[in-house]
Ligand binder design. Structure first.
Ligand code: TEU
Ligand code: CA
Length: 547
């Protein structure tokens, strides 16, 4: 496999609105990010992915762009963005920008033109259809509730929106639109952006009826053209496509370097394993064996072709430790470290979502009035109308709301958590007095320093970057374990996923110096049995030079 500069790196995802407020309006901004680069540098990350910072009316917090060439007023100016890019260089940090190419805001000039008349030159930038038998042309449901089709009185046609109705889908069948997008991307490349995360990019192909086209392969044609006209022309860029619909075979097509589409994709098999945000409201039962099976399948299948992205959460999903670990005071830290060990030992690019390196947790606000996410608010209204009792709706929201991940970054224990000196746009998680960056930085056993060490290991050990993957103890109900191998180097990762202690047979003698990292200080091994305490995780070097 050809080595790439980003292969041994870890990406840190920033949700700018909730990261750091520099000008006391309660909203995170670019200068706020700039003021915290020292923190990211200390953690050891060399790539940051910025969620959208373009001009936007914020129906969907920046994922509805009204001007791709401008910065959102609340976040700062284009000068601030250039200053951030410059300052990043001093810390050896590259920026990946979020590209929302599947749709724009309804307030974008293109859509304003498009909806003004049927013969407007921008009409074809969006997807307009006549009614079929007096109704919506297809039965597809939008992500944030209702039909994907919205009736537009003025020109008497429907337009398509995969997400909310203020996010009309761009019509990729129109080559003029595609060229406009390429031009815009080159504008940001010229500003020194080192990569892109392509939002909902599997959504761009549509068939004649305006339906989401997943079968024809057109999405791959579009991506190759995009690549050829933009990021493919420059070396040293990295791209990751968000592809909610992708299975293994799609992933290979998207991320096989020979095909020149994308470097890697986000697939959502793990994110959907318990039913979260999969379109059904009933939680899905799953076991650790299911999780092992899904993650191992992706490791094996993308071993030679393509590249994995590894993540436990992002701005659309609940907090990792609350969801896959244990966020009770007793086990929060140890389980957060266990999850980190499991993910960062795998092959692919790990992504850290802001606050995950502190073990930040989910939130349960008292009432719907404290929630801000459009998906959550629409869900509440929809279920209220269906007659769900309020308690049931809130229970669901506590588990699933995207706002779990969007409460402000917890910097310290001061009022407003050091995020701002005024009330933030969304309420803080009250546990910020206990869980915050200052406290983590002051404690060498913190989750923060654990992540730092994992990041360092990846920078120094080829086996973690390029090694093959083999699942161990496949049938064990509470241990997730695997071996990585690269030439004569090998590493064994062992994670107890549960609160209960357990044991495994282990015919291997190892010393403390072979333990690359662990969330416990001591080992419990007798004869050939390794005893594992609650959420215990170890990464052991089992072969190679240093041993
Ligand atoms: O998300 C698309 C989206 O909803 C996915 O997270 C989805 O869960 C996945 O594809 C599984 O099917 C992106 C952004 O991440 C999100 O914040 C935006 O709201 C959305 O696009 C619209 O731009
Ligand atoms: Ca601000």
């Amino acid at each position: 496999m050809e080595r790439k500069w980003w292969h041994d790196q870890v990406v840190y995802q920033i949700y700018p609105r909730s990261f750091m407020d520099s000008n006391s309006d309660g909203i995170g901004d670019l200068n706020g990010i700039k003021s915290k680069l020292w923190y990211l540098h200390r953690l050891g990350v060399q790539i940051i992915w910025l969620c959208p910072v373009y001009r936007s009316p914020n129906r969907d917090n920046g994922y509805d762009i009204s001007d791709y060439y401008q910065i959102m007023e609340e976040f700062g100016t284009l000068e601030d963005m250039c200053a951030l890019i410059e300052e990043c260089k001093n810390y050896n940090i590259s920026i990946i920008m979020d590209l929302v190419l599947s749709h724009s805001s309804d307030l974008h000039e293109w859509f304003q033109q498009s909806r003004s008349s049927r013969d407007n030159p921008y009409r074809e930038y969006y997807i307009w259809k006549d009614p079929v038998e007096g109704k919506e042309p297809t039965a597809e449901k939008a992500f944030f509730g209702g039909s994907v089709w919205e009736w537009d009185e003025k020109t008497a046609q429907y337009y398509r929106h995969t997400f909310c109705k203020e996010q009309p889908d761009l019509n990729w069948n129109n080559s003029r639109l595609r060229r406009e997008l390429y031009k815009m991307i080159r504008f940001w490349m010229d500003k020194g952006i080192k990569g892109f995360r392509l939002d909902a990019i599997d959504n761009i192909a549509k068939d004649e009826q305006g339906r989401h086209d997943t079968a024809s392969g057109k999405v791959h044609e579009f991506l190759r053209e995009l690549n050829e006209n933009t990021f493919g022309t420059a070396k040293h860029l990295v791209t990751v496509g968000e592809t909610g619909s992708a299975g293994i075979e799609d992933a290979k097509l998207y991320s096989d370097p020979k095909r020149r589409e994308l470097d890697m994709i986000f697939q959502f098999e793990v994110m959907g394993i318990d039913g979260t945000r999969t379109g059904t409201v009933e939680p899905k039962e799953y076991t650790l064996k299911d999780l092992k099976q899904v993650m191992s399948k992706w490791q094996a299948e993308l071993d030679d072709v393509g590249w994995n992205s590894l993540f436990w959460s992002n701005h659309d999903y609940p907090r990792a430790v609350s969801r896959f670990g244990n966020d009770s005071p007793k086990y929060r830290t140890v389980s957060a470290k266990m999850l980190a060990t499991l993910l960062h030992g795998m092959k692919g690019t790990p992504y850290i979502y802001q606050g995950e390196e502190l073990g930040m947790t989910n939130i349960a606000f008292n009432g719907i009035y404290d929630y801000r996410d459009i998906e959550t608010l629409n869900f509440y209204e929809e279920k209220k109308a269906e007659g769900w009792p309020k308690e049931r709706i809130m229970e669901y929201i506590y588990q699933n709301s995207r706002d779990n991940a969007r409460t402000p970054m917890q910097w310290d224990a001061s009022k407003y958590a050091g995020f701002s000196d005024t009330a933030p746009w969304i309420r803080l998680n009250p546990n910020y007095t206990e869980i915050n960056a200052a406290k983590n930085l002051a404690d060498k056993h913190s989750v923060f320093y654990y992540y730092k060490k994992l990041i360092e290991l990846r920078h120094t050990m080829d086996v973690l970057v390029y090694g093959t993957y083999q699942l161990e103890y496949e049938a064990h109900p509470q241990v997730f374990s695997y071996t990585r191998r690269y030439h004569d180097e090998s590493v064994l990762v062992i994670c107890n996923f549960c609160e209960a202690s357990c044991s495994i047979p282990l015919n291997l003698s190892f010393e403390d110096k072979d333990v690359l990292i662990s969330n416990y200080e001591t080992r419990q091994k007798k004869n050939s049995i390794l005893y594992l305490r609650p959420y215990e995780a170890l990464m052991i070097q089992t072969g190679g030079k240093a041993r």
